[in-house]
Design a protein around this ligand. Structure first.
Ligand SMILES: NC(=O)c1ccc[n+]([C@@H]2O[C@H](COP(=O)([O-])OP(=O)(O)OC[C@H]3O[C@@H](n4cnc5c(N)ncnc54)[C@H](O)[C@@H]3O)[C@@H](O)[C@H]2O)c1
Length: 361
C-alpha cells in the first residue's frame, strides 16, 4: 500500500529550482514526515553532480535513469528547461511512473493534450508545480474569497514585476529563458502559468477570450519577450495580466475585485477593503483592514511552499486521482498562453478560447 510506505522519486534537471527549492524540501520531508525518499538525480551537465547529496545515484541521461531505476521508483520530478518537459514526462509515464513537473507543463497545447491522455489512459498522476497556490498570502486570499468578504469576484489584476529574467544555473545555459528553442517563449511562457491558475481560481473558471501584446527590449540579444500584457475574459469577469522582466523591482501586485469590496496584495501586505451603504445617512461606509502575511516572495526557490504542493501530489497518487484539477488547470494554462501568442501574432486581435476540456472525464 502506497499510504504505508515512502514514495520513491528521482529528479531530472538539477539546476536552480531543483537544488535550492525541491531537494531541500524533500530532505526536510524525509526527516519530518518520512514519506518520501529521493534515490537518483539526472542532469545533462556533469558538473551538477557536485551539488547532489552523496548517497544518491547520478545520471547524465534521463533515458538511462528511467531504464535502470524504473522498478525502484514511484515518480519522476522534472525541473529542466521548459522545452524538454514533454519528452521526459512522456517517457516517465510510458514506463509506469507518476510525474511531478515544473511549470509550464509543456510549451504547446498539443503536447499537453498528449501527456494528459497518456496519464489518464495509464492511470498515472501527472501533476504540475503550481506552487504559488501554497504561498501564505495566497491562502489568505482564498479564505477571504470563500468567506464572501468581498462578494462575488468580477475582476482581477495580476502584475508580476522582475528586474531581470531568472538566471539559470551557471553550469548549463543561464539565459535559456531568452531563447525560444529552450523556453518555448518569454515571460508569458515562463511565468504566465502562475498568473493564470490564480486567475482561474479567483474567477471560478477558464477564459473565453484573450487580447494580448508583448515587447522585447533586448531584441538584439534574445528572441523571447520580456514584457507581456493580456486581457482574459471569463464568464464571471475579467483578468488583466501584466508581466515584466524589466520592471526595476521584484514584486507581485495583485487585486481581487468583488461586488462588496476588494483585496489588494503587494508582496506580504494584504489590504481588505469592504463597503456598505449606511442605513441611516445613506452614505458609503468603508472598512479597511491591513495585514502582513510573511510569504518569502524574495526567495525565488519558494522551498517553503513546496511540501504543501507535494502533499497534494501524494494525495492524488494515493487516491488514484489521475484526473486531478491541477492537471486540468495546467492544460488551460498552456492553451491560454499559446492563444495569447496567437493574439500577439495577429496585431493583438481578440482570440476566442475553447473552454471545453478536450478529454473525457
Ligand atoms: N515554480 C517556480 O516557482 C519555479 C521557479 C524557478 C524555476 N521554475 C521552473 O523550473 C524549471 C527549471 O528552471 P531553473 O531556473 O531551475 O533552470 P536551470 O537552468 O537552473 O536548471 C535546469 C537544469 O536542467 C538541466 N537539463 C537541461 N536539459 C536536461 C535534460 N534533457 N535532462 C536532464 N537535465 C537537463 C540543466 O543542465 C540545468 O541544470 C523551469 O521549468 C522553470 O520554469 C519554477
Amino acid at each position: 500500500m502506497l499510504t504505508e510506505r515512502k514514495l520513491k522519486g528521482a529528479l531530472v534537471g538539477f539546476g536552480f529550482i531543483s537544488s535550492h527549492g525541491h531537494m531541500p524540501a524533500y530532505e526536510e520531508r524525509h526527516l519530518q514526515e518520512k514519506d518520501v525518499e529521493i534515490l537518483a538525480v539526472c542532469d545533462v551537465c556533469p558538473a551538477r553532480e557536485a551539488y547532489i547529496p552523496k548517497d544518491l545515484k547520478f545520471y547524465i541521461n534521463y533515458r538511462e535513469l528511467i531504464a535502470n531505476e524504473k522498478n525502484n521508483l514511484d515518480f519522476v520530478d522534472i525541473s529542466t528547461h521548459a522545452a524538454d518537459h514533454f519528452q521526459i514526462a512522456k517517457l516517465a509515464l510510458e514506463n509506469g511512473l507518476h510525474v511531478l513537473c515544473e511549470k509550464p507543463l509543456t510549451t504547446t497545447t498539443k503536447e499537453a493534450y498528449e501527456l494528459l491522455q497518456l496519464a489518464f489512459d495509464s492511470k498515472l498522476v501527472l501533476f504540475p508545480c503550481h506552487n504559488y497556490k501554497h504561498a501564505p498570502v495566497i491562502n489568505a486570499i482564498r479564505e477571504l474569497i470563500q468567506s464572501n468578504k468581498i462578494g462575488k469576484v468580477n475582476a482581477v489584476t495580476l502584475n508580476t514585476f522582475r528586474n531581470t529574467h531568472a538566471i539559470g544555473t551557471k553550469e548549463w545555459k543561464p539565459n535559456w529563458r531568452r531563447f525560444k528553442k529552450y523556453s518555448g517563449g518569454g515571460i508569458a511562457m515562463d511565468h504566465g502559468s502562475h498568473s493564470l491558475y490564480l486567475a482561474f481560481e479567483w474567477l471560478g473558471g477558464y477564459p473565453k477570450s484573450v487580447t494580448a501584446s508583448s515587447f522585447n527590449l533586448s531584441k538584439e540579444k534574445f528572441d523571447t519577450e520580456d514584457n507581456f500584457s493580456a486581457v482574459y475574459e471569463f464568464e464571471n469577469g475579467v483578468a488583466n495580466i501584466h508581466l515584466s522582466w524589466t520592471a526595476g523591482v521584484r514584486k507581485v501586485l495583485y487585486t481581487i475585485q468583488g461586488d462588496n469590496g476588494a483585496i489588494t496584495v503587494d508582496d506580504d501586505q494584504l489590504q481588505l477593503a469592504t463597503w456598505k451603504i449606511d442605513e441611516l445617512d445613506k452614505k458609503i461606509k468603508w472598512n479597511i483592514e491591513n495585514y502582513n502575511i510573511s510569504s518569502s516572495w524574495f526567495d525565488a526557490s519558494h522551498t517553503t511552499w513546496f511540501n504543501k504542493m507535494f502533499s497534494s501530489f501524494k494525495h492524488a497518487i494515493v487516491n488514484n486521482d489521475f484526473q486531478n484539477n491541477e492537471i486540468v488547470d495546467a492544460y488551460f494554462c498552456i492553451s491560454s498562453i499559446t492563444k495569447a501568442y496567437e493574439s500577439i501574432e495577429n496585431n493583438s486581435n481578440k482570440i476566442i478560447l475553447d473552454k471545453t476540456f478536450p478529454l473525457n472525464f
